[in-house]
Ligand binder design. Structure first.
Ligand code: ADQ
Length: 483
């Protein structure tokens, strides 16, 4: 058996150019952590974009960069600024991302975006061919690279290829609006195994395959060109131990070691011990429902005025895709909403919303998770939503209430959370009130179920289950045996 080749838009390392030298620092993101068990030793290679465009890389450092990446088991696909514009900011984030999250009105159908997307996908496929052998197993990740499986299959008909989509796959009625819908489906069907977070996304995909390509589908098998492609759901977990341990040791820290943020949280607790902290953490993205959440919070304060000065909403929004106009507009909308609500409700002793627009180090995320009485996550659509899982994992005493949108993939596995429709303000206001007053025993009972499940189905299990299913396909071979 050959190597495992992992392909994603971004590599799991950050390149830093300093004093004329190069450093490759491993990223700590969910995917990088989850793939650790797959991407270890010399038997695997991760191919992706380094995060630096050709224009950013001095020619004399090219060799050092490749060496630094190689040391981390990585190889880069080089992209220039124009390619990043058309492929990443363009087709990936102005066409596919909005469409697959049901924001049809934001989706731009630009021929130029599509052409660049195709040529960049071809570059990734070429990099795979160059760096792999017939016997290797290939795992392609996410919506930026949906054409890659077929492009590799054309050159390597017998290679084993898996694909995992991290965002929702939309219903047929939405997907059919895409001008290049057949090409996307055919691109994905170059795989032997296609994975989604939930059964619903899997069903939507199969329905599109049947209706748009007219292919035979039986249960979760698609029959195409004498091949059988398996489609299945693999809900992604988190590194449960990492979050649990960070939260346990966080509690033991003495005051001198506490972060500035933790000290601010400490003084908040000392001055207002009865005030409940409500937390939301997301990338600043319209799919996450941040503006609606703020409106719902305002509605709650008007409906239940007795909670003024008794609750505080912490909004942590990570800057994201700020080159895309929709994200700039959203940033402005959120700034204004926060200003308006704070202006309307603040008192001398109380500001209802603390708003942070930044990425935070891991320790600060843990500060926020462990200090918040309630996590309030209201995406309008979300492939999975790992923040919901991370919050529960950090609740070492099992207290805390999770309010979660039923539109998040994670809601399917987190039935013990308080599930809400993010468009229903009445329901959200009443649920906040319920969360604030939930007896501790009920919190413990709900979180015990949630934690057990998260511990069992952690991210390593997710990666291993996908790889096992892919290896099974390899063992079965590619020939379609007609019955
Ligand atoms: P995202 O849309 O990025 O991921 P999510 O699953 O919530 O959404 O993951 C966000 C990650 O970023 C979490 O691990 C969180 O801890 C971290 N993070 C959030 N705010 C941060 C901050 N301010 N500073 C530092 N880190 C922060 C996409 C899909 C999701 C899917 C994942 C995984 O959109 O639906 O769950 O991929 O498949």
């Amino acid at each position: 058996m050959g190597k495992t080749i992992i392909i994603s838009n971004r590599l799991p390392v950050q390149l830093q150019i300093n004093n004329g030298g190069i450093n490759a620092v491993p990223s700590v993101g969910g995917l990088a952590t989850g793939m650790k068990s797959v991407h270890s030793g010399s038997e695997s290679l991760w191919i992706g974009w380094s995060g630096l465009t050709d224009e950013d890389i001095p020619a004399e450092l090219e060799g050092d960069i490749d060496k630094a990446l190689k040391k981390n088991g990585c190889a880069k696909v080089s992209l220039n600024a124009e390619e990043i514009d058309g492929f990443y900011y363009g087709f990936s984030n102005r066409t596919v991302w909005p469409l697959f999250h049901y924001f049809l009105e934001y989706s731009e159908f630009e021929l130029n975006f599509w052409n660049v997307y195709k040529s960049v996908n071809q570059k990734f496929a070429d990099a795979i061919i160059e760096n792999s052998g017939e016997d290797d197993t290939i795992w392609v990740h996410d919506y930026q690279l949906m054409l890659v499986p077929q492009m590799v299959r054309e050159k390597r008909p017998n290679t084993t290829i898996g694909f995992f989509l991290h965002i929702p796959f939309p219903s047929y009625e939405i997907f059919r609006t895409l001008p290049w819908r057949e090409e996307i489906l055919e691109g994905l069907l170059g795989s032997d195994l296609i994975g989604f977070h939930t059964y619903d996304y899997e069903r939507h995909f199969l329905s599109s395959v049947r209706r748009l390509l007219g292919l035979e589908v039986s249960f979760n098998d698609v029959f195409m060109d004498n091949r059988v492609i398996k489609v299945d759901s693999f809900p992604m977990g988190i590194d449960y131990k990492k979050f649990k341990n960070a939260a346990s040791s966080h509690k033991l820290e003495n005051s001198e070691e506490r972060s500035d943020l933790q000290m601010r949280l400490d003084s908040h607790k000392a001055s207002a011990p009865d005030t409940k902290l409500i937390l939301s953490i997301d990338r600043l993205d319209y799919s996450k429902g941040i503006a609606k959440r703020l409106n719902a919070f305002e509605y709650f304060l008007n409906k239940y005025p007795e909670y003024k000065e008794k609750v505080r909403l912490i909004i942590l929004a990570v800057p994201s895709r700020s080159n895309v106009p929709q994200y700039q507009l959203l940033k402005k909308e959120i700034d204004e909403l926060v200003g308006r609500i704070n202006g309307e409700f603040s008192t001398v002793n109380w500001t209802p919303i603390w708003y942070f627009y930044r990425s935070m180090p891991f320790e600060n995320l843990i500060d926020l998770y462990t200090n918040s009485d309630i996590a309030w996550l209201t995406p309008l659509r979300d492939g999975m939503n790992l923040v919901a899982k991370e919050y529960i994992a950090t609740r070492t005493d099992k207290t805390g209430v999770l309010i979660l949108s039923e539109m998040a993939g994670s809601a399917y596995e987190m039935n013990e959370a308080l599930l809400i429709n993010p468009n229903n303000f009445e329901e959200q206001a009443d649920t906040l009130q319920k969360a604030i007053n939930m007896p501790v025993e009920e919190q413990i009972s709900r979180n015990t179920f949630l934690q057990n499940r998260l511990e069992r189905y952690n991210v390593e299990v997710w990666a291993n289950e996908f790889m096992n299913a892919l290896n099974q396909k390899r063992e079965l071979g590619h020939a379609f045996i007609s019955q």
